[in-house]
Design a protein around this ligand. Structure first.
Ligand code: PBG
Length: 327
C-alpha cells in the first residue's frame, strides 16, 4: 500500500498521538551535570564563553549539588582547577586536591547523588597536556602510573565512578589494577573511549585552564575522520575492564554512538561538549531558535543514536522540563 491509502501525517495529528508513537525518550535519569571546581570559598566565577556555567568553589559546588539532586539528576562529573600546576600535574592526586575535597563534601552533604570524577592531567600540568611530557611528546607509559594514582585518590575521597579522559593506551587496565589493589574493586570505570581531537573543546579549555602551551592533542586524541578506529578503541577499553564507554563530542559523532551501541551493546555515554553547548547557547541568545525545543532536540538526537546517558551542561536547565513532561 502507498499514497493515498498511506498517509504518514495521520499519526502526527495531535500531541497525544505523537506521544503514543514516540520512539525515543529523554528522562532526568539520562543526565549528568558537569561542574568545574576551583580553590577558595564563596567563589562563583562565570565562564565567559559558556553563558550559564560557572567555576565553583567546594562550598558553592555543594549548594549546587543539593539543587541538582533536588531536580532529580542522578549524577555530576567533576573537573578540578588546582591552585598549583607543575610538570607532572602532582595536584591531581593530592588528598586535599580540589576534586578530592569536593567529592568528600558532596558525598557527605548529598550522599544519593553519584559523583563521577574526570581523571586527567591536563588541568594540573603547567604545559596543559594530558600526560608526562618528554621532549615534545607525551610519554604514554610514564603517564599511566600517575593516572592510576589520581583515580585511586578520587576513589579514596568517595568517588562513585572514575572517568579517564586522557586517551593514553592502557590506562583503563592500569587504573583497574590500581583500584583493585587498594580495595576499590567496586568502583566502575567510565572510559572516554572514543574521544576525538575536536575543536569543540575550546570553551572548556578556557573554563578548565587546560589549553596546551605547545602543540595540540592530536598525538593522543582521535582523528575526527575515523570511525572504525573508534570501535577498536572501545573494544580495547572493554577488554581492559571499562564498565561504561563514552563517545565525545556527541552531536557530530552520532554515527560513532550508533556503531558502538550496535556493536557492543554495552552501556554507552555521550558528552555534549562545551563547544556544542556554546553553539546552541549562542543561537538561543541571538533569538534564532526556541530554547526549549533546540536543547531538547539536541539531547533526544543523542539518545536516539544509542547513548544511555548524556553529559551535558544543559542538565540543570532541562531537568525541570522533564519533570513536568505534559507541560
Ligand atoms: C580533559 C577533558 C577535556 C574535556 C573533558 N575532559 C578537554 C580536552 O580534552 O581538551 C572537554 C569537555 C568539554 O569540552 O566540554 N582531557
Amino acid at each position: 500500500m502507498a499514497f493515498p491509502e498511506v498517509r504518514m501525517r495521520r499519526l502526527r495529528k495531535t500531541e497525544a498521538l505523537r506521544r503514543l508513537v514516540r520512539e525515543t525518550t529523554l528522562t532526568i535519569d539520562d543526565l549528568v551535570m558537569p561542574l568545574f571546581i576551583v580553590p577558595g570559598h564563596g567563589v562563583v566565577n562565570p565562564v565567559k564563553r559558556m553563558p550559564g556555567v560557572s567555576q565553583l568553589s567546594v562550598d558553592q559546588a555543594v549548594e549546587e549539588c543539593r539543587r541538582i539532586a533536588d531536580l532529580g539528576i542522578p549524577a555530576v562529573i567533576l573537573f578540578g582547577i588546582p591552585q598549583y600546576k607543575d610538570a607532572t600535574g602532582s595536584s591531581a592526586w593530592r588528598e586535599d586536591g580540589v576534586v578530592q575535597e569536593a567529592t568528600r563534601a558532596i558525598k557527605s552533604a548529598v550522599p544519593a547523588l553519584a559523583v563521577i570524577t574526570d581523571v586527567c592531567l591536563c588541568e594540573y600540568t603547567n604545559h596543559g597536556h594530558c600526560g608526562v611530557v618528554v621532549g615534545d611528546d607525551v610519554d604514554n607509559d610514564a603517564t599511566l602510573e600517575l593516572l592510576a594514582k589520581e583515580a585511586v585518590s578520587h576513589a579514596r575521597a568517595g568517588a562513585d565512578v572514575v572517568a579517564p579522559s586522557d586517551m593514553m593506551d592502557g590506562r583503563v587496565v592500569a587504573i583497574r589494577e590500581a583500584l583493585d589493589a587498594e580495595g576499590f574493586e567496586h568502583v566502575p570505570i567510565l572510559s572516554y573511549a572514543a574521544k576525538f581531537a575536536s575543536a569543540f573543546y575550546g570553551p572548556f579549555r578556557e573554563a578548565a585552564q587546560s589549553t596546551p602551551s605547545f602543540g595540540d592533542r592530536r598525538t593522543y586524541q582521535m582523528d575526527p575522520a575515523n570511525g572504525n578506529e573508534a570501535l577498536r578503541e572501545v573494544e580495547l577499553d572493554l577488554e581492559e575492564g571499562a564498565d561504561i564507554v563514552m563517545v565525545k563530542p556527541a552531536s557530530f559523532y552520532l554515527d560513532i554512538v550508533w556503531r558502538v551501541k550496535e556493536t557492543f551493546a554495552c552501556p554507552v555515554a555521550a558528552y555534549q561538549v562545551s563547544g556544542e553547548y556554546a553553539m546552541i547557547q549562542s543561537l538561543i541568545q541571538a533569538g534564532a531558535v526556541d530554547e526549549k525545543r533546540a536543547i531538547m532536540e539536541s539531547l533526544v538526537a543523542i539518545r536516539r543514536a544509542g547513548a544511555d546517558f548524556v553529559l551535558t551542561y544543559f542538565a540543570t536547565r532541562v531537568a525541570p522540563w522533564l519533570r513536568d513532561v505534559a507541560s
